[in-house]
Write a protein that binds this ligand. Structure first.
Ligand SMILES: Nc1ncnc2c1ncn2[C@@H]1O[C@H](COP(=O)(O)O)[C@@H](OP(=O)(O)O)[C@H]1O
Ligand SMILES: [Mg+2]
Length: 276
C-alpha cells in the first residue's frame, strides 16, 4: 500500500460513516437480533451488518491488505504473523449500549503497520462525530464539517485530582484499586472503549482505566488517536500494548493516560494482569 495516510484517513472516514448508517437503521427501528458470543459478550445483527459494510469497503479500497475484525473468523498467529500491515476493525464497539438503546457506541477502524497503529478512525453514529489520527499528522475531531485538533490534558503532579473514564459495567471498587491513595477522583461512565479513550484525547478525562477482557480491535484506533493527542496507552505493568504478536487477540488490563511525559507510576498501582 503506498497511498498516503491522510488520503486513506479520508476514505476510512467515509467507510465508518456508511457503517454508522447501517447501525442506525437497526437502532432507530429497535429491530435487531441479539446473540451471545462464546465469551458471553453480546453481538447483534447490527454488528454483522456494519462488519459487512466495513470489510467490503476496505477490500475495495486496498485489495491486498488483510483485515482482522472482531466479527470475522479468527486467523491463527501462523497465518498473520508475517503481515507488515493490516486493517483492524471493531464494527460496533459498545454493543451493550446499543442493545440498551443508549447512544455511546462507535465504529473503530485502524491501520496497523509493523505491529503498531498508524491510522485510526472512530465514529459515533448517533452524534455524527468522528475522531481520527494518523502517525505524525496529529489527532482531530470532526463534527458538522468542523475539524478541531485534539490535545490531551497536561497533568500537574502537584495537584492530585484526576477525572477518570470508566465502563458503565464496571464498579468503582474495581477501578480504584489501581490508583494510589491520596488522589481525589471524579468519574465519568460511558460505553465503548474507543469513546472513553476519545474523552482522554480531547481533554475531558485524564485517564481511562480498563479492567477485564477487551480485544486488540478495541484499542487499535484509540491508541493512535490518543498518542497523536499527546497521551499514551499502557498495560497495568506500564508496558505498551502489542498487536498481532500473540495467538490470543485479547488485551491485558490497560490504561489510557492524558500526559505522555507524566511518570504514571506516581498514579497507578501495578496489578499483574497480562493475558499472554
Ligand atoms: N468477555 C469479553 N471478552 C472480550 N472482550 C470483551 C468481553 N467483555 C467486553 N469486552 C470488550 O469490551 C467492550 C465494551 O467495553 P465497554 O464496557 O467499555 O463498553 C466490548 O466491545 P464490543 O461492544 O465491541 O463487543 C468488547 O470488545
Ligand atoms: Mg464490537
Amino acid at each position: 500500500m503506498d497511498r498516503d495516510l491522510k488520503e486513506l484517513a479520508t476514505e476510512v472516514r467515509h467507510i465508518a460513516k456508511r457503517a454508522g448508517e447501517a447501525i442506525l437503521e437497526f437502532f432507530s427501528d429497535k429491530d435487531f437480533e441479539q446473540f451471545s458470543k462464546a465469551d458471553e459478550s453480546p453481538v447483534t445483527s447490527a454488528d454483522f451488518a456494519a462488519n459487512d459494510v466495513v470489510i467490503n469497503a476496505l477490500k475495495a479500497l486496498t485489495p491486498n491488505t488483510p483485515i482482522v475484525s472482531e466479527e470475522s473468523e479468527g486467523l491463527q498467529l501462523s497465518d498473520r504473523e508475517s503481515w507488515s500491515e493490516y486493517w483492524l476493525v471493531d464494527p460496533l464497539d459498545g454493543t451493550q449500549e446499543f442493545v440498551a438503546g443508549r447512544p455511546d457506541f462507535a465504529v473503530n477502524i485502524a491501520l496497523i503497520r509493523n505491529n503498531q497503529p498508524v491510522l485510526g478512525v472512530i465514529h459515533a453514529p448517533v452524534t455524527g462525530e468522528f475522531y481520527w489520527a494518523a502517525k505524525g499528522l496529529g489527532a482531530y475531531k470532526v463534527k458538522k464539517q468542523k475539524q478541531t485538533r485534539l490535545e490531551a490534558n497536561i497533568i500537574d503532579p502537584t495537584k492530585p485530582h484526576l477525572i477518570v473514564a470508566i465502563s458503565r459495567v464496571q464498579t468503582l471498587e474495581t477501578i480504584t484499586k489501581y490508583i494510589k491513595p491520596g488522589i481525589s477522583l471524579q468519574f465519568i461512565s460511558l460505553g465503548s472503549c474507543a469513546l472513553k479513550s476519545c474523552l482522554v484525547a480531547e481533554g475531558k478525562a485524564d485517564i481511562y482505566i480498563r479492567v477485564g477482557p477487551t480485544g486488540e480491535w478495541d484499542t487499535g484506533a484509540p491508541q493512535i488517536i490518543v498518542e497523536e493527542a499527546g497521551g499514551l496507552i499502557i498495560d497495568s505493568e506500564f508496558e505498551p500494548l502489542s498487536y498481532n504478536q500473540r495467538e490470543s487477540l485479547l488485551n491485558p488490563d490497560f490504561f489510557v493516560g492524558a500526559d505522555r511525559s507524566l511518570d504514571w507510576s506516581t498514579v497507578i498501582i501495578p496489578h499483574g494482569s497480562r493475558r499472554d
